[in-house]
Design a protein around this ligand. Structure first.
Ligand code: NAD
Length: 375
């Protein structure tokens, strides 16, 4: 593990264990990648893992990703992630969640604000509310609010940046009218619904797909063209907007894509890193997911810091304001990355820019965060 920590430049990895009321052993890992820009923020996964090492790898890889995401989103936070390893012989529905998240809240509290937790795969707002009874360092309890609106705003900004860049081959960026373009939105959930309906309101042609029939009926009533789930990725369009699952662009479908741009909220859209290279060869402009979907992180970080500075008062006047400009800055970050990438692996270009911002630390950010020394 120390080798992995070294190669990923991981700042600290904290391990915790306890025995539950069911006499089973529960373990948690909190990985802190880098706090140059501020205390580490990142979700808590609560899952079964086939092997402990996979849990360490997950926590460290995701914490590193959060550092990069915060740096490129100009968020004064570091990168962290936590993992709760469920015992093999207990089903998720049998877990005593009140016990588990009370204990996990105590683990987070022990780190004195070096790590701020949030929702992720296998955790819900109700779990975050339990954690909040033990520590203030939670960025997605019910007092923070739903980040989906902010994420959708970032996706709209990212789509505009990608279209403007794609349609300006001579390098002089000018604004493209989205109403003249055609979009294919995969997933009509919290984010996809907002993006698809906003695009439609602007007058664009919008195709969408979702296995949820009710959502499709509602979207159709708004003039959105509903197509089969298995056809959405290969639909001819200007912009493919993946807002459902990870790994949707893979070796078997990358050659079948019929879009000019990919720009959506889903995490880890590319099944492997080689796909970014194939997209570049096919002259499909890929918008790195962790930049275009940073609106949710920008929102959560802002709300958390407002609540901290108002000692947790829920009606603090500044809560809910002041993060929109930062979401708009996703536009400039993407243009910078598009210009630098020009046919090369765009994810690598984005990672290099993130590392530069991390090295520069707080001086590179307009709003400085508090830095904690990792133990
Ligand atoms: P969600 O669960 O609300 O919506 C996902 C939607 O995708 C659901 O309506 C589901 O029915 C649909 N879906 C599932 N399989 C599908 C398929 N094969 N084809 C088409 N649709 C399918 O999730 P969300 O909050 O809208 O997030 C969407 C994506 O964006 C996720 O990958 C998430 O990790 C990522 N993301 C979300 C946020 C946020 O603020 N919610 C922030 C960052 C990243």
């Amino acid at each position: 593990m120390f080798k992995s920590m070294q190669s990923m430049q991981m700042q600290a990895v904290h391990c915790f264990q306890t025995i539950g009321p069911d006499n089973k052993e529960y373990r948690a890992i909190i990985a802190i990648h880098n706090t140059n820009l501020g205390p580490a923020l990142g979700g808590c996964r609560c899952l079964h893992y086939a092997h402990e090492q996979l849990a360490f790898d997950d926590a460290m890889r995701l914490a590193q990703g959060m550092s990069y995401k915060a740096a490129l989103g100009q968020v004064p936070q570091g990168g962290g992630k936590s993992v709760i390893i469920l015992p093999d012989d207990i089903a998720v529905e049998d877990v005593d969640r009140a016990f588990l998240f009370t204990w996990f809240g105590q683990c987070v509290e022990k780190l004195n604000g070096q790590y701020i937790t949030a929702m992720d795969v296998g955790t819900q707002v109700a779990d975050m509310d339990v954690i909040f009874t033990q520590t203030q360092h939670v960025a997605s309890a019910s007092n923070i609010g739903d980040p989906a609106q902010a994420t959708a705003q970032g996706v709209m900004v990212g789509i505009q940046a990608a279209l403007d860049f794609y349609c300006s081959p001579d390098g002089a960026i000018s604004s493209v009218n989205m109403a003249d373009k055609c979009f294919a939105v995969q997933g009509l959930g919290h984010v996809g619904w907002r993006v698809a309906t906003q695009l439609k309101q602007l007058g664009a042609q919008v195709f969408a797909a979702d296995p949820d029939k009710d959502k499709c009926v509602q979207a159709k009533a708004l003039g959105i063209d509903i197509i089969a789930v298995e056809d959405i990725l290969t639909q001819a369009c200007d912009v493919l907007v993946p807002c459902a699952l990870g790994g949707v662009i893979h070796d078997a479908n990358v050659e079948l894509l019929s879009c000019k741009i990919i720009a959506g909220s889903a995490n880890n859209q590319l099944a492997n890193d080689g796909i970014a290279q194939i997209l570049a060869q096919r002259q499909i402009l890929y918008t790195p997911d962790y930049i275009i979907n940073a609106g949710g992180l920008i929102f959560a970080s802002h709300q958390y810091r407002c609540l901290q500075s108002s000692n947790g008062a829920l009606d603090a006047p500044e809560v809910g304001q002041g993060y929109s400009d930062k979401i708009e800055s996703i536009y400039q970050t993407l243009i910078e990355i598009f210009q630098q990438a020009q046919g090369s692996n765009i994810n690598q270009v984005a990672n290099e820019l993130a590392l530069k911002r991390l090295d520069k630390g707080l001086d590179s950010l307009p709003t400085k965060g508090k830095v904690y020394d990792a133990a």
